[in-house]
Design a protein around this ligand. Structure first.
Ligand code: AMP
Length: 395
């Protein structure tokens, strides 16, 4: 696996695909710089080598040119985080940009305008990729968040750099962490899979079944499993077309001797609201008119025991409606248990949009071994798929 550490960038122009798809507020100011900070080590190493850097990214989902999605809004934050003056090109291709690139000196950084102003980016257009490729001597992909897309800047471009393409430090670390969990992990390995829907995680559960010892299934998806086994789940979220699948997964787990843990008790509410009445009930005896919105105390204790006994932990998806104060205890208890296990030497990887939001919100982000930056990309890796952005560098 070639990374930027395998190259000396002295006098070279590096064209780097970064993920600067950062959140902006109404005043179009950056509200979270995590993604910019995450790319800093890669950029710093190239500048320290004596090279120059051309940064390309998408921002949001513009349909054509749309000032709201201009990367000009983030230039001052990139400046601030990197600690160098960042130049800005108002187009990602074209004569003016080509001129700016050719005038770029060693030690300088140029940020290109939003790649998705061109529909060619998402189409994986060859001619567009070739124009982007012309900007650099070495292609670096450091954007995990888009590694599962075969876009011009994430995959197609790589063919123009047969021997001069590599992973940035962030992307390399993402791949290493996920491989660490799936293939080189110290046992016992526990996966905690939560979130709203079974349908979005079926392939993940099936793929990890061979690689992990325990799977804790929490969150909304648990109710499909509980109903499939004959439980009463009241008004809890359920995918009735996935009841068979849930039974298949349970049978598969039994055959492979992978232990599946479902909540034994839940916090049931009489409304999907912060101010609903609540009661603790067995997870398979939820009364009509009530819905399970968080794991109950016995479940939390049981899950914490499993996590405490694990040497490797993977967590994707909250185990309750953590956005509402009344239903976040289960998710916090999972985070607590992972924090303690990590302090005792367990390798813990948290990924997927909502679990990352949860660990950040509750202040656990720096207490786990690794927080993944890419939701969809991580899920596809866990599903065992080959990611175009990764394959393009490896091949
Ligand atoms: P996902 O994007 O699939 O990871 O789902 C995350 C969402 O699942 C969060 O917004 C949670 O509020 C939601 N969720 C977790 N548990 C439940 C539940 N018991 N009922 C309804 N939604 C839930």
């Amino acid at each position: 696996m070639k990374t930027i550490n395998d190259f000396n960038f002295n006098n070279k122009k590096a064209i780097i695909r970064v993920d600067f798809n950062v959140p902006l507020n109404e005043a179009l100011e950056v509200t979270d710089t995590t993604r910019i900070e995450a790319a800093k080590p890669t950029i710093s190493k190239i500048l320290a080598d004596g090279g120059s850097v051309i940064l390309m990214s998408h921002l949001g989902r513009p349909k054509g040119v749309d000032a709201k999605f201009s990367l000009k809004h983030i230039v001052s934050k990139v400046n601030e985080v990197l600690g160098v003056t960042v130049k800005f090109a108002t187009d990602c291709i074209g004569d003016e940009t080509t001129k700016m690139v050719s005038e770029l000196q060693n030690g300088e950084v140029l940020l290109l305008e939003n790649l998705r102003y061109y529909s060619e980016e998402k189409e994986g257009n060859e001619a567009f990729a070739e124009k982007l490729a012309a900007h650099g001597d070495i292609y670096v992909n450091d954007a995990f968040g888009t590694a599962h897309r075969a876009h011009a800047s994430t995959a197609i471009i790589a063919k123009h750099f047969p021997t001069t393409k590599c992973f940035g430090l962030l992307l390399a670390k993402e791949i290493e962490s996920i491989n660490n969990v799936l293939n080189n992990s110290e046992k016992p390995v526990t996966a905690i899979i939560g979130g709203a829907k079974v349908s979005s995680k079926i392939d993940v559960i099936k793929n990890i079944m061979d690689k992990v010892d325990n799977i804790i299934i929490g969150g909304g998806m648990a109710y499909t499993f509980i109903k499939a086994q004959g439980g009463s789940i009241g008004e809890s979220i359920c995918e009735d077309d996935k009841l068979e699948t849930a039974l298949e997964i349970l049978a598969m787990a039994k055959e492979k001797k992978t232990r599946i843990y479902l909540p034994v008790d839940v916090i049931a509410a009489d409304d999907f609201s912060e101010t609903a009445n609540t009661q603790i009930v067995p997870s398979n005896e939820i009364p009509d008119g009530w819905q399970g919105l968080d794991c109950g105390p016995q479940s939390n204790v049981a899950f914490s025991f499993v996590i405490a006994d694990s040497k490797t932990v993977l967590w994707n998806g909250p185990v309750g409606v953590f956005e509402m104060k009344a239903f976040r205890k289960g998710t916090i208890e999972i985070a607590n248990a992972i924090d303690e296990a990590t302090q005792g030497g367990t390798f813990s990887l948290v990924g997927g949009g909502d679990s990352v939001a949860a660990v950040k919100q509750f202040g656990f982000a720096d207490k786990v071994s690794y927080v993944s930056t890419g939701g969809g990309a991580m899920l596809e890796m866990l599903e065992g798929k080959k990611l175009p952005g990764i394959e393009a560098i490896l091949n």
